[in-house]
Design a protein around this ligand. Structure first.
Ligand SMILES: NC(=O)c1ccc[n+]([C@@H]2O[C@H](COP(=O)([O-])OP(=O)(O)OC[C@H]3O[C@@H](n4cnc5c(N)ncnc54)[C@H](O)[C@@H]3O)[C@@H](O)[C@H]2O)c1
Length: 527
């Protein structure tokens, strides 16, 4: 029975003999031989035991059952706990008198033990100062531009050289924020012509991405391009073509890809933990105040944001393709504007009688404003009523899809609901189901095999920055590549564009009320 190490070998069996002590209505206790004491579950490791129980040679279960389940529900549930076996008989009979045999077998270690290590392979992404300074130009000095600038310059040897915005006030404030040596401009041509600039961050509204990214590549700069790549497939393709011609580094603002939560899900899929995936279900429920801010800002015009599915949903539609390494084939979608469809009581919040009671009143939250803009937002058109009638985006939308790999799925985006934004994901495979909540930084894999305990993954530490840690890793990958120390983070144009193509197809399907089938040509890039 013993292996070379002196421990019982897998396949070893032990027969349990009466007397068994009663434990509650349906439970029984058997004391275990000393050689099994180190093989049972404990408080510290409640799922470690590989001991299995059989009645007359047939496997019983579930194993690792709670003692309450064993006592009350019975039906063969059991638990090897410290020095004893807590069990129930399959038919509720008394094991002391039912003439059945009870044997214990040690099962082999699961060959998927390595599944439990979902850390990405290789060294964690780190930064050490490059041999020469990396100089950056930030184009678009809103919330995102300033946030990325602050993150970039937190790495030694990375400098903000230019700050650019169409607003002189924003430029002046950014120059004050980043200190002497930073040059400001309202004209993007200036940093573009500066040979000392290595990197351009594109953080202008979505429809303007091409107007900055394309010339930046042409001028030989590396580009951090915010998501969505653009608001049309043609613009995105033109940017990607310019990137490929330039030989420079491109990084995309699809920061969820680098968040440890999604990286761990991808690792679980790579290890085939779920078996073939059949169904994918994703949701994004936006904090209602965040959602309301889209109704008053440039996002409310689909000509500028591509619509909320493109602007916001592109993250989720990209991540599902990235996780499953595939692209969309067929897409249908429904959506509407329901919460923000009332007649506007006033044009601006400052002029509105309902401002004291309106849950959507302008607070400037989720935006960055200059002192002058904060003092008088109406003068800048910043406190527009969220019920304005000139907006053309929806406030809730559902997408159903079939991916090239055959996976079917759904995604919904809603700006209604609780103050906490929440992204959820469920993937159903032949071997297991995965359920996770991004904001909680945890997911659970529940296996089809009742003998296998569920696997729970939890992010280590929650304090590593925006987008569940994704912002920082995305930036590090990019800066390391620009410094020549790491491979380019984006190498495949098809992989870069598929999330946007997916989102645009969903918008088309919704507007035209039809199923959109994507063809090879929909992913084609301008040569
Ligand atoms: N990756 C993410 O998760 C994430 C998060 C937030 C925003 N974003 C993206 O970042 C970009 C910026 O978003 P934001 O929330 O900071 O918007 P914002 O409105 O706060 O900022 C945009 C800035 O661009 C400036 N601008 C507009 N037109 C310009 C032009 N022609 N030239 C120069 N500057 C111009 C505006 O004055 C403003 O300062 C968008 O593409 C958005 O989709 C990405």
């Amino acid at each position: 029975m013993a292996s070379d190490t002196g421990n019982p070998a897998p396949g070893s069996t032990w027969t349990l003999a009466p007397p068994f002590r009663r434990e509650g209505a349906l439970g029984w206790i058997a004391d275990l031989p000393a050689e099994l004491h180190g093989l049972t579950d404990t408080n510290e490791e409640p799922y470690r035991s590989r001991l299995r129980l059989c009645q007359d040679g047939d496997a019983m279960g579930p194993s690792h059952a709670s003692h309450d389940t064993i006592r009350r529900a019975g039906r063969g549930a059991y638990s090897f706990w410290i020095h004893a076996l807590y069990f129930s008989t399959v038919d509720g009979s008394d094991p002391n008198t039912n003439y059945r045999s009870y044997t214990v077998t040690l099962s082999p270690p699961p060959d998927e033990a390595s599944e439990l290590d979902l850390k990405p392979k290789g060294e964690p992404v780190q930064w050490s100062m490059s041999e020469r300074l990396l100089r950056c130009a930030i184009v678009g000095l809103g919330n995102r531009g300033l946030g990325l600038a602050q993150l970039a310059r937190s790495f030694a040897g990375v400098e903000i050289a230019w700050v650019v915005d169409r607003s002189e006030e924003r430029v002046a404030e950014a120059v004050r924020l980043f200190g002497r040596g930073v040059r400001g401009a309202t004209d993007f041509a200036l940093p573009l012509a500066d040979p000392a600039v290595d990197i351009v961050f594109v953080t202008v509204p979505d429809h303007l991405h091409r107007s900055i990214a394309e010339p930046a590549f042409r001028a030989g700069k590396h580009v951090f391009l915010e998501k969505p790549l653009a608001t049309t497939a043609a613009d995105a393709a033109a940017i990607l073509a310019a990137w490929r011609r330039s030989g420079r580094i491109l990084q995309l603002g699809y920061v969820l890809r680098q968040a440890p939560f999604y990286a761990a899900i991808r690792a679980a899929l790579c290890k085939d933990m779920l078996g073939p995936v059949r169904i994918a279900s994703l949701t994004e429920q936006l904090d209602v105040r965040h959602g309301a801010s889209f109704m008053r800002r440039w996002h409310s015009q689909s000509s500028q944001s591509g619509g909320l599915m493109v602007h916001k949903g592109c993250h989720d539609l990209d991540i599902i393709c990235w996780l499953l390494d595939t692209r969309p084939r067929t897409v249908s979608s429904f959506g509407g504007t329901d919460t923000f469809a009332e007649p506007p009581p006033a044009q601006f919040c400052s002029q509105c009688d309902r401002r004291a009671v309106c849950p959507f009143v302008d607070t400037g939250l989720h935006e960055r404003r200059t002192a002058a803009e904060l003092a008088d937002p109406t003068a800048y058109g910043l406190d527009r009523c969220v019920f304005r009638t000139d907006k053309d985006i929806v406030d809730n939308q559902v997408v159903s899809f079939v991916l090239d790999s055959g996976v079917r799925g759904t995604f919904y985006l809603a700006v209604q609901g609780p103050i906490r934004s929440e992204r959820r994901i469920t993937l159903i495979g032949d071997r297991a189901r995965l359920d996770g909540i991004f904001e909680d930084g945890t997911f659970t894999v529940t296996f089809t095999d009742p003998e296998r305990p569920p696997f729970v993954w939890t992010a280590e530490g929650r304090s590593h920055g925006g987008h569940g840690g994704g912002d920082r890793v995305t930036m590090l990958e990019f800066l390391n590549a620009c410094a020549g120390r790491a491979p380019a983070p984006v190498t495949d144009a098809q992989e870069a564009i598929r999330g946007l193509v997916f989102a645009l197809a969903a918008e088309r399907a919704r507007r035209e009320e039809r199923v959109v089938r994507l063809e090879e040509g929909d992913f084609a890039l301008v040569p």
